[in-house]
Design a protein. Structure first.
Length: 500
């Protein structure tokens, strides 16, 4: 047994130090390293940098004398300072870059990954049984539910169906500025946050650059805070989550969403305890099955599927570019310059990212991601932007989510179609078209909606691919019925790469 165990900055919950299955003994010393090189390599959102550093320092404070916490330029330098070449254990890291580092260290013995529901071997076995090619998340989700007896009534899914999307895709209530949901948990900053903010100011003076704003911390940085956030959601917000989970309101960016993704991805919460708490809310009558199923699917379905896909598809996955999109991201997008954007929906989403480092999944997919897809931006640049700009963004999260689902760069390995739309969808599912300088139904002219012109230009550009896909062939048929297609394409070209 080794005397030391290394904790990465996204392995901060107690389950990463629990004995058993090769885990560290209770008296094993803990090493934590704050490596500035991580922040030099990428220009992260400042609120994200603040959250990660605050969470690491809060965990070190909890561990007390058991931990050696080192601030260094690189991980290797930090390990040398902390323990020299003494042997250590470390749980399987969450990125390929970190895995390469661990593999290169003779002193390290790697333990299985924690913080997810399934070992990678189980997913590979499931994938092998399903042909190993196009693996559908819905099939995987059913399998996970059965494996863990999760939200089941005997052999049948709770509520008589696996997927309650039919009840969970409601537009926002007409005329409502907010959903009226109970407020989410909000942490209070403490002296550790003050120290982090001062350090980030000094780093900026030394040339490390960030993007976005670092306002009061909005997301948990400790196990105690994360558990409070989970309780607040399951007891007061989960019941109303399902119906409007795909809706958007300009004045209510949070709505009934859980805001637990950053806590899960920092390792402060374990996914098993989150889905168990949600199921308990249904079985005790505190939340309807459709809301609980929608939340369970996000974690046991999509989050788990994304994690497993990251490792299963291999390193070459990040080089996929099935649509041959190579345009660079424009500066206004990179800089989160929401004030330069006239399209109200895009400006609202970009401002949310700028101010908080977070939006929920529909603005990510159907506004930010859809706009990038329509303009043919390079999927690797888009993936990196999401990784850097979101508080819950990590390589394993964003590579499959953006490359596969958002940008369709893998040609359909993860999803059955590209996810993009014209302004009509945004108008139906939000209040973001109200008061906009553009009109969602206009395809030409000065008030033509950028999403509408962008949608038809995208369909035109990729019509051969879309015509051969059962789920998108109707879009091509719609394109062929447009009598003003040439004018639509001219309108889109005329906008160039400037902000819409």
């Amino acid at each position: 047994m080794t005397d030391w165990h290394w904790l990465f900055g996204d392995q901060l919950g107690p389950h990463f130090l629990a004995p058993g299955d090769g885990g560290p003994a209770r008296d094993t010393g803990v090493v934590m390293i704050e490596a500035r090189s991580v922040f030099r390599r990428r220009r992260f959102h400042r609120a994200k940098a603040h959250l990660v550093l605050s969470a690491m320092r809060h965990r070190a404070a909890e561990l007390g004398d058991r931990v050696r916490y080192v601030r260094a330029e690189t991980y290797r330098e930090g390990l040398r300072k902390a323990i020299g070449d003494a042997p250590m254990t470390v749980h399987h890291p969450t990125s390929r870059a970190a895995l390469r580092l661990v593999d290169s260290l003779d002193q390290a013995r790697m333990l299985p990954a924690r913080g997810f529901l399934l070992p990678q071997e189980a997913f590979r076995a499931w994938a092998g049984e399903h042909g190993g090619g196009r693996l559908r998340q819905e099939d995987f989700y059913h399998w996970v539910r059965r494996q863990f007896d999760l939200l089941m009534d005997g052999d049948s899914p709770a509520g008589g169906r696996w997927n309650h999307d039919h009840a969970n895709r409601e537009p926002p209530p007409k005329g409502a500025g907010t959903l009226g949901a109970p407020k989410p948990y909000r942490p209070r900053e403490d002296p550790i946050d003050d120290e982090v903010r001062a350090d980030l100011d000094q780093w900026e003076d030394e040339g490390i650059r960030f993007v976005g704003r670092d306002g009061p911390r909005r997301f948990p940085a400790s196990r105690r805070e994360a558990l409070s956030a989970l309780r607040r959601f399951t007891e007061h917000r989960l019941a109303g989550f399902g119906p409007h989970e795909d809706a958007m309101l300009a004045g209510d960016p949070v709505m009934s969403h859980s805001l637990l993704s950053s806590s899960l991805n920092l390792g402060l919460l374990d996914p098993a305890e989150c889905v168990t708490a949600a199921e308990d809310a249904w079985r005790s009558g505190r939340a309807p099955v459709h809301s609980v199923e929608g939340f369970v699917r996000q974690i046991a379905g999509w989050r788990e599927y994304v994690w497993q896909s990251y490792w299963y598809f291999g390193e070459d996955y990040r080089r996929h570019n099935a649509l041959r999109h190579h345009a660079p991201l424009p500066e206004w997008f990179v800089e989160l310059d929401a004030d330069a954007v006239s399209a109200r929906c895009l400006a609202t989403a970009l401002a949310q990212v700028r101010d908080t480092g977070w939006t929920h999944h529909i603005p990510r997919l159907m506004l930010l991601g859809s706009f990038a897809l329509q303009r043919g931006w390079d999927p690797r640049e888009v993936t990196d932007w999401f990784h850097r700009s979101f508080v819950d963004g990590y390589d394993w999260v964003m590579l499959p989510n953006v490359t596969g689902m958002s940008q369709y760069a893998d040609g359909g390995l993860m999803t059955t179609k590209p996810y993009t739309s014209g302004g009509a969808y945004i108008h139906r599912m939000s209040d973001l078209c109200d008061g906009c300088v553009y009109r969602p139904g206009d395809r030409t002219g000065e008030r033509a909606c950028p999403f509408t012109t962008g949608y038809w230009s995208f369909v035109h550009r990729h019509r051969a691919l879309l015509a051969g896909n059962m789920r998108t062939s109707r879009a091509v048929q719609g394109l062929d019925r447009l009598g003003d297609l040439e004018e639509v394409l001219r309108t889109e070209r005329g906008r160039g790469e400037g902000p819409p």
